[in-house]
Write a new protein. Sequence first.
Length: 173
Amino acid sequence: MSGPIVVPALMEGDQLGNEVSGTYVEPSKYQPADVPTRSAYADDVRQISYDLPHITSHYRGQRILEYYLRKAQAERRVTWPMNIIGIAISTLDTVQLDTSRYGLSNYAFQVTSWGLNQDFSVGLQLEEHNAEMHEFDPDSYLAPGAEGELAEAEPISDVDDVVLSGGGAYTEA
């Protein structure tokens, strides 16, 4: 290590969430449609919304939203400064930290950012990452909402019999 590690106590508010919703493109209509919302129980609802314009299936959209939900709940982030040996690590590698000081011993982290500093140290940005984030139970699919059909409206009748007086309306008989 070439310096102190940084473990932020909380993530940014726009990255926290326990309910995710999104839209995908319905191929038969060429229009955006809602993906059924995925959520995890919590006392207060923090919603994150995603647009998925490259997705044409609400099933695929649900799998992606489930991953985003689990990623939003994996709150551990670490900035890890390494010496020149860290140059062998690249972005999207999965690493495991060996420090019990902050309770980070048994967690896998994914390298999200990598940079070479002026003193030839390597700065790594790490996010919590685990195999459970990618697991999806096909029985948990939610059916998309049914399309509503509007009933034909009744024509408006002649309103000459309606009299407005003193804030109330009544019909003269």
